[in-house]
Ligand binder design. Structure first.
Ligand code: SF4
Length: 490
């Protein structure tokens, strides 16, 4: 058997962009590095995949014993089928030099059923194509499939005592949808194979396809010098909208011929001049009641819920930082970080209601998130409902003056996120030198710590988490002080 040239993932890559396929096969080293965030998504996929195997226990795994020994896996799969094995994990097939590894292959009542596992909560068109190429290879390799299904996470599942896999996972047959795709696969496979062996890099302009269905990992190569075009800073459009304008030849704001269709804040950004509506800011500040409680939460989301009453991917708070500012200017700080290895919700809730006083405004940045977490707390702990509702009523969103563009500086680049507002207002404070500098990394690091036994590492990371969260609330204090300052200046 000849070595494969296409796999399920390279086929999907080729459908997104021939050039990406060519580069991947011939210039792998030009690929962008995998970010820790993306690596975490891959790891999650493997974990969920392993869990789904338990839906069909007793299987034999055909994962190659050594990297790249896929032919061994194909032979092992065939041998297991011939020997009457009824459950096979990573069942491997190859046809027309296309190799696929199916998550779970099951024989029931003398018929074969294929299952592909996804760690997401819904079925995308790409998953259908992905299942289609698997069906194509398996059936053309000579195994008749009675059905092919996608096994994905049910986001309505709530953990009670023990994880019930048959409720946590949803199994949906996609055979009807993938059969429609089958007639075009042979041609597509051949086209891709010929692209791979071309002498030169295929010509393909950059565009929206670079981000859909996945962000291509050759952006660094193809978008060199283009990624920094001014149009990619135009806020409120999303990547797709920005690329849409870029494809029309609009690279700079000055290339935009008509601003009529743009939002109020986009027009402000394009104009590039500061905005200061003192009266509105004063009105905003007047709502605040001392003492001020600057509050920020960190949360973690797990594909597989760990604690009772929790849904897949539900936000679980594990840390907060709190700065208290008195009317006389006295500032104090307190914080909470859950102990490792336990359900953080109870101690988080207890500490939050103990540490945040009963009077004064609770100042957050992007209130939707913090309010949602506080609401969840009383759903988990109904005895805290009154306190939680009282706290929600006291929440004031410090983001509002920036979101409404009552205060805008061109350095904010159209954004009202704290990561854009802070450096524009308080250059002395920065996230740049922190070991943890965004919420996603904080959540990943906290998750990683759960299984660590290295006490030095644990202490170091705990400090990093505390420093990061503390900066979030200190940043809010500084932003608040800046708002006071500018409204007092004549
Ligand atoms: S960056 Fe865009 S054009 Fe370049 S390989 Fe990727 S998808 Fe293709």
């Amino acid at each position: 058997m000849e070595k494969h040239v296409l796999s399920k993932s390279t086929f999907i890559r080729g459908l997104q962009c021939f050039k990406s396929l060519y580069l991947y096969k011939n210039y792998y080293h030009l690929k962008d590095p995998v970010s820790p965030e993306l690596q975490a998504v891959f790891n999650r996929g493997h974990k969920v995949g392993a869990l789904a195997q338990q839906l069909f226990p007793g299987g034999i795994d055909c994962t190659p014993t050594k990297r790249y020994r896929y032919i061994e896996s194909v032979e092992k799969t065939q041998e297991l089928i011939n020997n009457g094995q009824e459950v096979i994990y990573e069942a491997t097939f190859q046809v027309e030099r296309v190799l696929i590894m199916l998550d779970i292959l099951v024989k029931r009542g003398g018929k074969w059923f294929a299952y592909e596992v996804k760690s997401s909560t819904k079925i995308s068109d790409t998953y259908i194509t992905d299942a289609a190429i698997q069906y194509y290879v398996i059936t053309n390799a000579g195994l008749k499939l009675e059905d092919i299904s996608i096994v994905h996470i049910d986001n309505q599942y709530i953990l009670k005592e023990k994880l019930k896999l048959d409720q946590y996972f949803k199994t949906i047959s996609v055979k009807d949808r993938i059969l429609e795709i089958q007639p075009r696969l042979h041609k597509q496979v051949n086209e891709m194979k010929s692209v791979i062996f071309e002498r030169d890099i295929p010509i393909k302009e950059i565009g929206k396809h670079c981000f859909s269905p996945y962000q291509c990992d050759y952006l660094g190569y193809c978008w060199k010098g283009k990624k920094d075009a001014e149009i990619f800073t135009l806020a409120g459009l999303g990547k797709e909208g920005q690329v849409d304008l870029f494809e029309k030849g609009i690279e700079k704001f000055s290339d935009i011929s008509s601003v009529e269709k743009l939002s109020k804040s986009q027009k402000i950004q394009i104009k590039g001049e500061p905005v200061l509506k003192k009266d509105n800011i004063q009105k905003f500040l007047m709502q605040l009641e001392f003492p001020l409680w600057f509050l920020d939460f960190e949360t973690v989301q797990n594909a597989v819920p760990k604690y009772e009453g929790v849904k897949p991917y539900q936000q679980i708070p594990f840390q907060f930082s709190l700065h208290r500012l008195e009317e006389n200017g006295t500032l104090s700080h307190s914080e909470f970080l859950a102990e490792l290895g336990i359900d953080p919700r109870e101690s988080f809730t207890k500490s939050l209601f103990e540490m945040v006083g009963k009077k004064g405004s609770v100042v957050v940045y992007n209130a939707t998130f913090e309010k949602m977490i506080i609401k969840q707390l009383f759903e988990w702990f109904p005895d805290k409902k009154e306190e939680a509702q009282h706290m929600i009523k006291r929440v004031i969103d410090l983001m509002k003056p920036f979101q409404k563009k009552d205060y805008y500086l061109p350095e904010m680049q159209g954004s009202h996120s704290i990561k854009a507002v802070l450096p524009a207002l308080c250059k002395e404070l920065s996230y740049e030198n922190l070991a943890i500098n965004n919420g996603q990394i904080a959540a990943m690091t906290y998750n990683e710590l759960q299984t660590s036994s290295d006490m030095f590492r644990i202490e170091e990371v705990k400090q990093n988490l505390l420093e990061y969260c503390k900066l979030d609330t200190l940043a809010m204090v500084k932003i608040y002080e800046k708002l006071i300052e500018i409204t007092q200046n004549r």
